[in-house]
Design a protein around this ligand. Sequence first.
Ligand code: SAH
Ligand code: SF4
Ligand code: F3S
Length: 438
Amino acid sequence: MDEKIDKKLFIQTLGCQMNDTDSQHIIAELKQHKNYTTTDNIEDADLIIINTCSVREKPVSKLFSEIGQFNVKKKEGAKIGVCGCTASHLGKDIMKRAPYVDFVLGARNISKIKDVVDTKGAVEIDIDYDDSTYQFASTSTSLYKTSVNISVGCDKECTYCIVPATRGDEISIPPEMIIEQVKKDVARGAKEVTLLGQNVNSYGRRFSDKREKTTFTKLLQEVSKIDGLERIRFTSPHPLHMDDEFIEEFAKNPKISKCIHMPLQSGSTQILKAMRRGYTKEWFLNRAKKIREMVPDVRITTDIIVAFPGETEEDFEDTIDVIKQVKFDQIFNFKYSPRPNTAALELKDLEIADEIGSARLTEVIELHKVHQTELMESNIGNTVTVLFDNLRPNGEVSGYTDNFCQVFVKGSDELLGKFIDVKVTSATRTALKGEVVK
Ligand code: SAH
Ligand code: SF4
Ligand code: F3S
């Protein structure tokens, strides 16, 4: 430890799983180098950090009201730091609007946390900064599950998306660093790993040193060789890079969890083109069909944006058509939100009226509810294998099946960390209940 006195960190995380991992890295770095431990109580904190998301407009406006609250509640002398994607794109404007903020740290600069934390006024938001080979202090989250970043940034140019502007170009983390990290976590007791990146299946094209290109499929093969690791998950893959080799590995590798995220965005080839997604409606349907054929019990999740500028009723019907054909197990729905530094801003004249956007969103949600009920209820009476990871105060234990369906049973901590057969007795739209098969 660099410093002796115990200090308390309160950290709030918004946004995606990458942000969660970034927050874990911040906690671990500050613990190791600055002697911080976490607290859930803002009033106790010596340092308050908010790790922000800027993918949609709402979280950004929320940011300023939230840090204003922090400033009121914080104890005398406590510091406030703003990290993450909104930090990347607003930079020092954050301090202009909220002068009590002590430092600003962009999503691509997280490894500098120990340096900025004691530098009043520090703003580190370099979008070309490369921390892909930085060895973060060890994190200690869930005992049975771990998340490991496999790349930083995103090389795509989806016209609605701010991420390339907040997280920069895509750089893959060297495979040996990923393997070493997973091995360490498995030695600690982890049985499941989630490999994380904005675009995981374009892994291996660019590293920070000069080395041969590789592929995500090869990485999956290497990770699955690790003894003691039982389940591999990953997010987010891109439908464009779901080639046959990748789908076959997904289907045949017994360690890979049979749940896949296929972010559709739109079912209209026309809109997909305007979004610069690189695939067509037919390609998406073909990939989903191949996955379903090869993995009959697969669960498929997706992201959908409605009311992208120029989206006609016909375009929207194409989205509905894909939803009907694929029957997604989970849909994350969004209404298009114009973001700074994105190409879609040029389509301002084609923006869709808010009430039309809301009506389309509702239609997607209602249709999806019907599918969810049908899909979840089809599990009743089946026996599923669950890795239990969470003991709840009400005497229930929860975990996930191999195809990432959440299951609850009555039980004790004896179930934790084990793969156990459960007979499903009931279903809601989002989870199953059952009894342990003796
Ligand atoms: N790289 C990830 C996407 C990260 S952003 C992937 O491809 O899966 C997560 C989701 O937010 C996107 O898939 C998209 O559906 C949604 N999103 C991104 N920008 C948006 C915007 N401007 N308006 C509405 N939704 C958006
Ligand atoms: Fe994650 Fe994107 Fe939000 Fe950043 S902007 S936290 S990458 S969802
Ligand atoms: Fe965004 Fe598309 Fe990359 S959604 S994160 S630009 S794959």
